[in-house]
Write a protein that binds this ligand. Structure first.
Ligand SMILES: *[C@@H]1O[C@H](CO)[C@@H](O)[C@H](O)[C@H]1NC(C)=O
Ligand SMILES: *[C@@H]1O[C@H](CO)[C@@H](O)[C@H](O)[C@H]1NC(C)=O
Ligand SMILES: *[C@@H]1O[C@H](CO)[C@@H](O)[C@H](O)[C@H]1NC(C)=O
Ligand SMILES: *[C@@H]1O[C@H](CO)[C@@H](O)[C@H](O)[C@H]1NC(C)=O
Ligand SMILES: *[C@@H]1O[C@H](CO)[C@@H](O)[C@H](O)[C@H]1NC(C)=O
Ligand SMILES: *[C@@H]1O[C@H](CO)[C@@H](O)[C@H](O)[C@H]1NC(C)=O
Ligand SMILES: *[C@@H]1O[C@H](CO)[C@@H](O)[C@H](O)[C@H]1NC(C)=O
Ligand SMILES: *[C@@H]1O[C@H](CO)[C@@H](O)[C@H](O)[C@H]1NC(C)=O
Ligand SMILES: *[C@@H]1O[C@H](CO)[C@@H](O)[C@H](O)[C@H]1NC(C)=O
Ligand SMILES: *[C@@H]1O[C@H](CO)[C@@H](O)[C@H](O)[C@H]1NC(C)=O
Ligand SMILES: *[C@@H]1O[C@H](CO)[C@@H](O)[C@H](O)[C@H]1NC(C)=O
Length: 720
């Protein structure tokens, strides 16, 4: 095999060291290895390339087949690294499987010199554009657009796939929606009384459904923390009932205050706005309304076809694929699919089974400087039988559900997910199909590090850890969530969520040094750090939480959690757009009383800006067993802060034996509180005397108290 050594290799022949305080990981990319080339223009190179630079393969699949045939089946176990160099354009693939046979392989974009080598040969049209990195696409181009007037175009597709996502020049186009304004909803008239039907429909209001084209429509119903997605079975006009082909998880309308009978309808070819599309399944026709700024025939228009794009999976956990590096490529255009009778409603959109980058039965995997975007479900799922999986310095954006999913939901866990490192990634703009997708979720997994990530613009929880509601074995431990910047979470759409959310007993789990900003639900239940059912044995330290709709910190129920040296500021800001929204719950909130210690809460700063009366610094629904000591509380407007279940004054509260050593005083921040700079305290701060120590400012954090969920990706057509 030719082993030309591109100069780029010397650049990547380095040791990457990531230092997150005590944590440090090192990887070595070998400097000498076999090079294979893939240039996806078969007509120019013929189909019988050998992978050399002069005779490249025309598909990634050919390169993988070559590796299996020449290095796996015929020789003893190979340990040197083979590099597959992709030409920087779209590589349209059916699902690409890396199996054991492909262990010790690196997949990357070819360097500038090699790219230039193919310059005169590679076709470049609007489909085969040259890109900055190779894109492995699970989609196909949609071409041949015919104008039907008023910026509306149509194109027929030859695939049998139901087209439910469209991307124009690297931007997501929304499906037509009713109401057309994306922050408005329709409201149904009433839930169904019959318990057997209550998950399958509702009574609609006058003017709804009867005159609409419903064959390909999807009804999206808002519950509390989820939406359910439904195809339509039938209407009964005489009793104004709509029935769906698939159920929701809980009865529609059960969450009265959270759901507010909200729904919207997608994919009816009547409610076009500029940059929206719909699909007629009977005629296999896509209709696209542009904003007149582009000609669809000259644009790169893609739809997603495959739910899985790149799969790294050994056929068993005892025979894993190992030693794979994927760097400097994009993985894009993955599909979502819901069968007509399948339930599409569960916490964290966990009913989804696929991901464009899917890793199972694998060990020693490095994914670095990769972009994963325009997905139908989560971006990445690291699932069963995995060990030492590293996702570093990558961008996971424009996802249908959430960003990164780790671990398994079943209990007991047969083949564990362990030693997972999610470090220095940006995870953004999620929930575009399924709003309940979480930025980064770890179901049941152990020894997980989620550090130094920026997680923003999601419609539900930022980071979620654990998947056991209560005190049964959780198969979750030693999860370090450190130094993440989590902001613009919730977006006023769903309810009952957190910047960081946890479940179950988690020995060794630490939530340290994160910054959480702007957590807002539609109507209620929106917390900065949210320890939900059974969360136990975790430490919450040195975090900054501000601009939350409800309390900065809420524990529903759980045991032995330690909350220490945090700044909790500007809580209970819920802008009350709906007159019947319940009252906010103050700054720190514990739900149930149990026969064990719920929390220990020490050396925290609670900086409250509430204006009004009857406002709790610490609220407990029942007389929970808690130990609060040496905390500093302050209301910048001079409003009185109340404590405990009885909502008593601070001095009466201290008489009950709580908050020994605590004070009410201005913490004297060094930073500008008007810029929400709550990290450091002056040396003469009263908090310093209580033992509070300065926090580390995250490099990604920027100052400002802005609560508006500002859109900072002007490059997208869809709305927030
Ligand atoms: C787009 O190209 C097709 C041929 O592929 C042509 O029939 C059609 O008229 C073109 N549409 C526009 C709007 O120019
Ligand atoms: C209304 O019509 C639907 C569909 O025919 C039927 O299933 C349902 O039982 C009816 N509801 C009532 C309250 O009669
Ligand atoms: C529609 O609902 C009415 C009233 O409940 C019922 O009598 C009728 O049978 C339903 N029609 C159909 C087609 O199910
Ligand atoms: C779309 O049409 C195909 C037949 O071409 C059918 O098999 C499929 O069920 C339809 N999809 C949906 C979601 O209705
Ligand atoms: C898994 O793959 C290995 C290596 O290809 C093979 O020996 C083994 O039989 C496979 N096991 C199963 C269950 O397919
Ligand atoms: C991983 O291995 C287990 C058996 O150990 C097997 O059941 C599972 O299907 C494998 N996963 C994949 C994605 O192949
Ligand atoms: C909480 O701590 C107590 C005392 O150490 C211990 O007995 C109990 O098992 C712990 N509970 C949980 C759920 O961790
Ligand atoms: C604590 O409460 C739980 C659940 O209510 C009960 O099962 C357990 O026996 C109680 N433990 C003690 C020590 O009272
Ligand atoms: C203050 O709020 C608590 C709980 O939110 C409520 O139970 C109580 O009645 C309120 N007190 C007053 C005086 O409004
Ligand atoms: C506060 O001090 C008193 C007296 O030493 C003690 O009984 C009580 O348990 C302490 N409170 C807390 C929350 O630690
Ligand atoms: C915290 O850090 C600031 C800025 O570095 C410094 O001025 C201040 O003295 C520190 N506070 C304490 C209590 O050490």
């Amino acid at each position: 095999m030719p082993t030309s050594m591109p100069s780029f290799m010397s650049l990547v022949c380095l040791i990457m060291v990531i230092n997150i305080n005590r944590i440090s990981l090192s990887y070595t990319i070998p400097s000498t290895s076999t090079q294979l080339y893939v240039v996806p223009f078969p007509s120019l190179f013929g189909v019988n390339g050998d992978g050399s630079r002069a005779h490249p393969f025309s598909s990634l699949q050919q390169a993988l087949d070559h590796i299996e045939l020449n290095y796996y089946r015929s020789t003893v176990m190979r340990t040197d690294m083979i590099t597959i160099n992709l030409y920087p354009t779209h590589h349209f693939v059916n699902t690409i499987y890396f199996r054991q046979a492909h262990s010790h392989t690196r997949l990357t974009t070819m360097n500038a010199e090699d790219t230039a080598f193919y310059k005169d040969l590679a076709v470049e049209d609007h489909i085969h554009r040259k890109l900055s990195t190779a894109s492995i696409s699970g989609g196909i181009p949609v071409t041949g657009w015919i104008s039907v007037g008023d910026n509306l175009y149509k194109a027929r597709v030859t695939t049998t796939t139901f087209i439910n996502q469209l991307f124009v020049d690297n931007r997501r186009i929304s499906r037509t929606r009713l109401p057309m304004n994306p922050s408005e909803y329709l409201q149904y008239a009433a839930p169904l009384q019959d318990p057997n039907q209550a998950r399958y429909g509702f009574q609609y209001a006058a003017g709804q459904f009867e005159s609409w084209p419903l064959d390909d429509a999807m009804v999206v119903v808002y519950h509390s923390w989820t939406t359910s997605h439904h195809y339509i079975d039938k209407l009964n006009l005489s009793n104004k009932t709509i029935l769906f082909t698939n159920p929701s998880n809980s009865p529609i309308g059960a969450a009265v205050a959270q759901g507010q009978r909200r729904f919207h309808v997608e994919n009816m070819c009547i409610s076009y706005v500029p940059n929206s599309f719909c699909f007629s399944n009977a005629t296999k026709t896509v209709y696209l309304m542009t904003d007149s700024s582009y000609d669809p025939n000259k644009s790169q228009i893609m739809t997603s076809i495959n739910e899985y794009v790149v799969v790294l999976a050994g056929n068993s956990s005892t025979n894993p694929i190992e030693d794979i590096i994927i760097d400097n490529v994009a993985i894009q255009h993955s599909a979502w699919n819901i069968e007509r009778t399948q339930q599409a409603d569960y916490q964290a959109a966990s009913f989804l089974t696929s991901a464009p980058l899917y890793i199972a039965n694998a060990t020693s995997i490095i994914i670095t400087d990769v972009e994963i975007s325009h997905t139908g479900s989560y971006g990445i799922w690291i699932k069963e039988g995995t060990n030492s999986i590293n996702i570093i310095n990558s961008l996971i954006t424009d996802t249908g559900a959430g960003g990164i999913r780790i671990g398994q939901m079943i209990s007991p866990v047969p083949t564990p997910t362990t030693s997972i490192h999610i470090i220095s990634n940006e995870v953004s703009y999620g929930g575009n199909v399924f709003p309940s997708g979480v930025g980064i979720i770890s179901h049941r997994a152990v020894d997980v590090i989620i550090a130094d990530n920026s997680i923003h613009h999601h419609r539900y929880t930022g980071i979620s850890i654990g998947w056991e509601w209560g005190y049964a074995p959780s198969y979750t431990s030693n999860v370090l969530v450190q130094g993440n910047y989590i902001y613009n979470i919730g977006q006023h759409i769903l309810c009952d969520q957190g910047g960081i959310y946890t479940l179950g007993i988690q020995p060794g789990t630490i939530i340290h040094g994160n910054v959480i900003k702007n957590v807002f639900s539609y109507a209620m239940y929106m917390w900065g750090i949210y320890l939900d059912e059974g969360t136990s044995q975790i430490i919450v330290s040195n975090n900054v939480v501000y601009n939350t709709g409800w309390a900065s910190f809420f524990q529903h129920y759980g045991a032995n959690n330690t909350i220490i040296n945090n700044v909790f500021a500007r809580a209970s800001l819920n802008p009350p757009p709906h007159p019947d929204d319940p009252k906010t719950d103050g700054n720190i909130h514990v739900g149930l009383a149990e026969n064990h210690t719920s929390i220990t809460f020490e050396r925290n700063i609670v900086y409250d800006t509430f204006q009004g009366t009857n406002h709790s610094a610490y609220l407990s629904d029942q007389d929970a067993i808690v130990f609060l000591n040496n905390n500093l509380y302050y209301n910048s407007n001079g409003a009185e802060l109340l404590f405990g279940r009885q909502q008593i004054s601070f001095s009466d509260w201290q008489k009950t034996g709580q908050d020994n050593g605590s004070i009410i005083a201005d913490p004297l921040f060094v930073g500008d509180v008007n810029q929400c700079d709550f990290f450091t305290i002056q040396s003469n701060s009263p908090a310093a005397k209580l033992g509070f120590t300065n926090l580390t400012k995250l490099s990604k954090w920027t100052s400002g108290c802005d609560m508006n969920d500002k859109i900072d990706n002007n490059n997208q057509f869809y709305y927030w």
